[in-house]
Ligand binder design. Structure first.
Ligand code: SAH
Ligand code: MG
Length: 213
């Protein structure tokens, strides 16, 4: 099996919130971009247990790029006890909080991606204020609450280079299918004139940064 097929098959087994068709689309768009612009700096907001990091990491490894995988690792609102996406096995018995960092580390180690995928453990807002590196690829899949999603949009999208790729997850055109904030920031990106729509797969939206005049 090729390295690529091995990683994509492995990604399927990692727990998380990335359907296979969307993960493959994430991989394919990042790969095409990386092939045209090698050795890039990529970043994802929202790592959870590393599922999307394997899809993106497979493309990063193949193109000499590095993926920063950012998360505070304590889960979003909807991952907490009593909510829809709670997973008891991820609770740290020492403090009773969710902790996805050990699972994330195991995922990246088993994938053999430790030289390509670098974890950034912290709050998105804090890290973004001290992160000056321009981004070739940005994937936004963090918290879906209104304030959190908008903070990610404002903090991270200005760092995308001209011609760079912005991908946003959980964008639902129909409000009946899911929460609004990811859709709102997708629309804001288009209306800003800084991004144009490139492709879509399920709830994944792919945009490209336009050159500034
Ligand atoms: N991409 C993942 C799913 C991410 S779920 C996959 O493929 O499975 C959303 C993640 O965003 C959660 O792990 C949560 O801890 C993280 N998150 C939410 N708000 C955050 C914030 N403000 N800073 C850092 N991480 C945050
Ligand atoms: Mg998501």
């Amino acid at each position: 099996m090729s390295r690529r097929d091995e990683l994509l098959a492995y990604a399927d087994t990692v727990r998380g919130f990335m359907p296979r068709d969307e993960g493959l689309s994430l991989f394919a768009h990042a790969l095409a971009h990386g092939e045209a612009h090698r050795d890039g700096t990529w970043l994802e907001v929202g790592a959870w247990c590393g599922k999307s990091a394997v899809y993106l990491g497979a493309a990063a490894e193949a193109t000499g790029s590095v993926l920063y995988s950012l998360d505070h690792h304590h889960g979003s609102e909807e991952n907490q006890a009593g909510w829809e996406y709670f997973d008891e096995s991820l609770v740290d018995p020492l403090d009773g909080r969710l902790n996805t960092l050990p699972a994330w580390q195991r995922t990246i180690a088993r994938a053999g991606l430790e030289a390509t995928v670098v974890g950034l453990v912290g709050h998105s807002r804090v890290v973004s204020a001290h992160f000056a590196q321009p981004l070739d690829v940005l994937f936004i899949d963090g918290g879906h609450a209104h304030d959190v999603a908008w903070a990610d949009y404002r903090a991270w999208t200005p760092k995308v280079v001209e011609g760079g790729l912005l991908m946003i997850h959980d964008v639902f055109d129909d409000p009946a299918d899911g929460g609004r904030p990811p859709y709102e920031i997708y629309v804001a990106a288009l209306e800003s004139g800084r991004f144009v729509a490139d492709a879509a797969q399920g709830s994944l939206r792919v945009l490209r940064r336009t050159p500034s005049e």
